[in-house]
Design a protein around this ligand. Structure first.
Ligand SMILES: *Cc1c(COP(=O)(O)O)cnc(C)c1O
Length: 400
């Protein structure tokens, strides 16, 4: 049967029927170790008992009432995000792109409400990914995502990756702020050095502009800290969260300091679905687990185990693996063979991964992954690397 879905995804021929923790069971019964976690979304793994119980209980209460009314679940979730981060205020969305969109609008409105409506431009970085709406695609600047969609939304100036000099040169009277992923996800797990983030913070303070962190992929515990920017000890004025926040339920958030959000007054922005009781209940359930004492420390510990194992793998397969980089449970394996080949070989070994730019294969296991599962995942990646080596050797033989 011909699919009735927009043919915009290159989907693997796999469908899953059940999930348990870090495992997905395909409809033919095969068990896959899920180190993609639905692109860093299924932060607590599949069918986490606390999330399932929360969802079932929330299903019997009003799912949606609109933001015309009080939503205690969203109030509570916002309070908890504020307590866990730099932020004073939160706006809830249904996706990462909407969270970034709100961050962009909040920054522009900050300057407009300060008497500088002409200060609307954001400095961004090469390799960035901020979403697929018109504005967030323009912010990301990837020509692949802009081509054919008319003039890109104006207001973004791209600097080379982590290039502070270039940023300094780009700051002008129309600059509203700097938008950056502390760790680029889609860009290939490229980590901004702590001193670069610190320098961006200084530049923002010197010029009276805002620092915006896109933590849609790296946030909510993925790196072993609640926000990835905590590793650098740098706080933004505004941040976007999403992927891991709902554990698989569509939920995003734009976080801001009270000062940065000063232009976001009644009527300035909105969302029909954002922060509805159902979504907020599940967000709270995710935080019940992620903010539990010791949870983030455990993520960091499992991350250290994964790093160690990947380092061994890199030594065993120098012809396949160029390098390994990451933080917490957010890793990228830069390959010498095409990354799609390694991802396909991993899938054949029943390990799910996610390709990224810069010829990287991403490993983003659920944050509840244990040491045995990490060992098993890397063992499967080892099989995939060996398979690729054989393939490379065979191809070389065929050429000769
Ligand atoms: C995934 C992602 C987005 C976009 O999120 P959607 O939910 O797909 O809109 C934005 N920024 C980053 C860093 C992401 O990884």
């Amino acid at each position: 049967m011909v699919s009735a879905l927009f043919p915009i995804y290159a989907r693997a021929g796999l469908a899953f029927e059940r999930g348990e923790g870090a495992w997905l069971i395909a409809d033919n019964g095969e068990r896959y170790l899920d180190f993609g976690a639905g692109i860093a979304v299924v932060s607590l793994g599949h069918a986490h008992p606390h999330l399932v119980a929360t969802l079932k209980a929330a299903a019997d209460r009003p799912w949606h009432v609109s933001n015309l009314f009080q939503i205690p679940q969203a109030e509570r979730l916002a309070q908890r995000l504020v307590r866990a981060t730099f932020a004073d205020l939160v706006f809830f969305t249904n996706s990462g792109a909407e969270a970034v969109e709100c961050a962009i609008k909040t920054a522009r409105k900050f300057h407009a409400s300060s008497g500088h409506p002409d200060r609307y431009r954001l400095i961004t970085f090469e390799g960035a990914f901020h979403g697929r709406t018109l504005a967030t695609a323009a912010a990301g600047g990837n020509p692949k995502y802009l081509e054919g969609f008319g003039p890109p939304v104006d207001g973004f100036d791209s600097a080379p990756f982590a290039d502070v000099r270039a940023v300094e040169a780009l700051i002008g009277p129309r600059t509203a702020g700097i938008l950056v992923e502390p760790i680029q996800g889609e860009g290939g797990i490229r980590i901004f050095p702590a001193e670069v983030l610190a320098r961006l913070r200084e530049l923002c303070d010197e010029h009276g502009i805002l620092l915006l962190f896109d933590e849609v992929q790296a946030g909510v515990g993925r790196t072993g800290r609640f926000l990835a920017c905590e590793h650098a000890g740098v706080a933004p004025d505004i941040a976007a969260l999403a992927k891991g926040l709902g554990g698989g339920f569509p939920l995003g958030a734009c976080l801001a300091t009270r000062q940065a959000a000063k232009g976001m007054t009644v009527g300035a922005h909105g969302s029909t679905f954002g922060g509805n009781p159902l979504a907020a209940s599940i967000g709270n359930a995710v935080l019940d687990v992620v903010l539990e004492p010791g949870f983030l420390e455990r993520v960091a510990r499992m991350g250290a185990v994964l790093r160690q194992r990947l380092a061994e793998l890199e030594r065993r397969h120098p012809a396949i693996i160029d390098s390994v980089r990451g933080e917490g449970l957010m890793f990228g394996v830069k390959t010498r063979a095409p990354n799609g080949d390694l991802a396909a070989a991993a899938q054949a070994a029943r390990l799910l991964t996610v390709p990224a730019a810069d010829n990287v294969v991403r490993l983003l296991p659920p944050l509840i992954v244990d040491e045995n599962e990490i060992a098993e995942g890397v063992a499967r990646l080892d099989i995939a690397c060996a398979q690729l080596e054989k393939q490379v050797a065979a191809d070389a033989g065929a050429v000769r």
